[in-house]
Design a protein around this ligand. Structure first.
Ligand code: FPP
Length: 154
């Protein structure tokens, strides 16, 4: 039983949004909002572990987000790489499994390698599962499912 005697949800899904507005309100650059977004995720993960939530899905970067100014996109990529680097050991220590869902081909080779390593390292963990949707789009998801189905039929 979780805090307040109310059972925790099995699966929580969050769309990471409002980072820009958060920063604007504080007269800070948008990037500071994205950094605060990552920090908020750290706090949410800690609460999910404490409450025994099974799955946390984070919609972090959609396929439409590539259309943002290139400076913002590259800062987001740096932030993603940094978060992976800093958090992977902590995930392992806390028995957390990390999965990145989405079309990863568009990410840099270095980032793809980091993603693979983090997934590989944490794949047998049995605690919280974190799904990070990155370059994820509804169309892509449907195409993927149809392709997999076609392979099975073949
Ligand atoms: C939306 O806020 C948030 C994002 C587009 C990016 C969130 C992801 C990270 C901070 C981590 C980096 C992760 C990856 C996978 C690259 P917004 O900018 O739309 O805020 P607004 O609606 O207030 O303008």
């Amino acid at each position: 039983m979780s805090e307040g005697n109310c059972p925790a949800p099995q699966h929580i899904a969050i769309i990471m949004d409002g980072n820009g507005r958060w920063a604007k309100k504080r007269h800070q650059p948008r990037f500071m909002g994205h950094r605060a977004g990552v920090k908020a995720v750290e706090d949410i993960v800690a609460h999910c572990v404490k409450l025994d939530v099974a799955v946390l899905s984070l919609f972090a970067f959609s396929s439409e987000n590539w259309r943002r100014p290139s400076k913002e996109v590259s800062l987001l990529m740096e932030l993603f790489a940094l978060a992976l680097k800093q958090q992977v050991k902590k995930l392992q220590k806390n028995n957390i499994r990390l999965q990145i869902i989405g079309d990863l081909d568009r990410f840099s080779a270095g980032l793809q390698k980091q993603i693979k390593q983090a997934q590989e390292l944490t794949k047998n963990n049995t605690g919280l599962t974190i799904n990070v949707a990155a370059n994820y789009g509804g169309r892509w998801d449907i195409t993927q499912s149809v392709k997999q189905l076609a392979e099975k039929v073949k």
